[in-house]
Design a binder for this molecule. Structure first.
Ligand SMILES: [Zn+2]
Length: 484
């Protein structure tokens, strides 16, 4: 330990001699560094790993590309991030369709929530306590720190370890081989945090919860319930494997919660709407069972959130083509909250199912006036245009949308559809190439763009745009491959 500290001091002195002022800050940062430069990831590198990881996940995991749910988890996540300390990266929240309770965070501020989490969290504060805990793993750089620790104990470099972890998470079988190769065997392709990491994440998380206006007691309550439920289970949920819940962790978080002022938090309608949407569409249960669940749960629910169960029932009717039933519920709900985007989205689907896409268009145009550029409204609006064969108009909307939301595959899918209707094969190829690139399928993406370029008029602006994109994708591909 002493030896390493000394060599670090030497390094920083050497740096101070050869470079101007910035190195001075090192004297303050010293205890925090604790590793040699080659075994530390910079924030910029973490962002690169995060981006690569997200692309691999998109191609290997059932990511939920649901604009309404994305908007909900994004706003919940960012409400917490805004109240967290030490935030150094942007955050991206996304959902994986998986009934096992789990949440995990990766380099670059990527936080995944399993849909199953919503089925067990009984309030928004309970869900928020898990998200706040994950945010703390990121802000406290637990993953980077544990890998730095690992790099110190093995001949592998930090980059090799990060690369194997990347492979292991996205493609478990390939990853285990890679990990053995870099002698990082103990990592086993999982993000294993230490007990002290867990407690630290709870401590920071509970502070964030309080500052963001959530019920701090939700953390010990939810964790306690999970521990009780799975105490004797032979197969605990993945979250308890990567974030173990020993009794002292629950006791600690309970004691900590008592240090914060007691607060009555009203049930969140948005949380219950998101949960109802998951039960109706992503829980893999049949219509009858879903309706039973809504009926049963509605009886026990607070009056202020009962609308969520109506909404859930309407979605099941809608997806079952029982349009009259869906219509009467949704029209009643929208009267209560004319700007509610859960309802606007469902009504838009209903109108389209009723062959009245024009009604969806005018409803969404009106809604967009008070929330221009909103992703949920815009994507539904573009869809209503495509369904009316107003493809040129749709393309205009979607070009702006994909520019603003390049990582939303929904925009690219719709753009591809509208381009096909217009007979624009090159535009279709380009849109599909973007989806492939989002899934790290670089070669095929480049191939599609090459075909698009060949179809475009020689020397045209369009061709120049395609060619420029090919160059960018080649650079991105090389950078991506270098990470592994
Ligand atoms: Zn944890």
């Amino acid at each position: 330990m002493f030896k390493r500290m000394r060599s670090l001091v030497c390094l920083s002195v050497a740096a101070a001699l050869t470079t101007p002022a910035p190195a001075m800050a090192n004297s303050l940062d010293l205890p925090d560094i604790g590793t040699t430069a080659s075994s530390t990831l910079t924030i910029a590198q973490e962002m690169q790993y995060g981006d690569a990881y997200m692309r691999m996940l998109r191609s290997s995991k059932p990511i939920v590309n649901d604009p309404v749910l994305n908007e909900y988890i994004d706003s919940l996540g960012h409400r917490l991030v805004a109240n967290a300390s030490d935030v150094k990266t942007p955050f991206t929240f996304f959902m994986i369709r998986d009934r096992n309770i789990n949440a995990f965070a990766f380099f670059g501020g990527y936080v995944a929530l399993h849909s199953g989490l919503f089925l067990h969290a009984q309030s928004e504060s309970e869900l928020a306590s898990v998200v706040a805990h994950e945010i703390a793993h990121v802000t406290q750089r637990h993953l980077a720190r544990s890998m730095e620790e690992q790099a110190r104990r093995s001949p592998a470099t930090m980059a090799a370890l990060a690369g194997s972890l990347l492979l292991a998470i996205a493609a478990p079988e390939a990853g285990i081989a890679a990990i053995t190769a870099t002698t990082a065997g103990s990592m086993q392709g999982q993000i294993n945090y230490t007990r002290s990491n867990e407690k630290e994440a709870d401590r920071f998380g509970i502070n964030t919860l309080s500052k963001a206006g959530f019920d701090v007691n939700a953390m010990p309550r939810f964790f306690g319930r999970l521990a009780d439920e799975y105490r004797y289970a032979s197969k605990p949920p993945p979250m308890l494997l990567t974030h173990p819940l020993p009794e002292d962790r629950i006791t600690d978080s309970r004691a900590r919660a008592q240090n914060y002022p007691a607060r009555r938090v009203d049930p969140s309608l948005d949380y219950h709407l998101a949960r109802a949407r998951i039960v109706a569409r992503y829980a893999g249960i049949d219509a009858k069972a879903a309706q039973d669940w809504f009926n049963r749960t509605e009886k026990k629910a607070a009056p202020s959130v009962k609308a969520a169960f109506q909404y859930g029932k309407a979605l099941v009717h809608l997806d079952n083509k029982e349009l009259d039933q869906a219509s009467s519920i949704l029209n009643n709900l929208i009267k209560q909250q004319p700007n509610n985007r859960f309802y606007l989205d469902a009504l838009s689907d209903l109108y389209i199912a009723q062959d009245q896409a024009n009604k969806a268009q005018s409803m969404l145009e009106k809604a967009l006036q008070s929330a221009p550029n909103n992703a949920v409204l815009t994507i539904n609006y573009a869809n209503s245009l495509v369904k009316q064969d107003k493809n040129s108009e749709a393309v205009k909307v979607l070009q702006r949308y994909t520019h603003d939301n390049p990582e939303d595959v929904n925009g690219w899918h719709l753009l591809s559809e509208a381009s096909i209707h217009l007979g624009l094969s090159d535009e279709d190829l380009a849109a599909r190439a973007e989806i492939l690139a989002l899934k790290a399928n670089w070669n095929k993406a480049i191939q599609y763009y090459t075909q698009a370029s060949q179809l475009a008029e020689l020397g045209s602006l369009k061709q120049a745009r395609y060619d420029a994109r090919i160059d960018q994708l080649m650079v991105q591909r090389d950078r991506f491959l270098a990470l592994q």
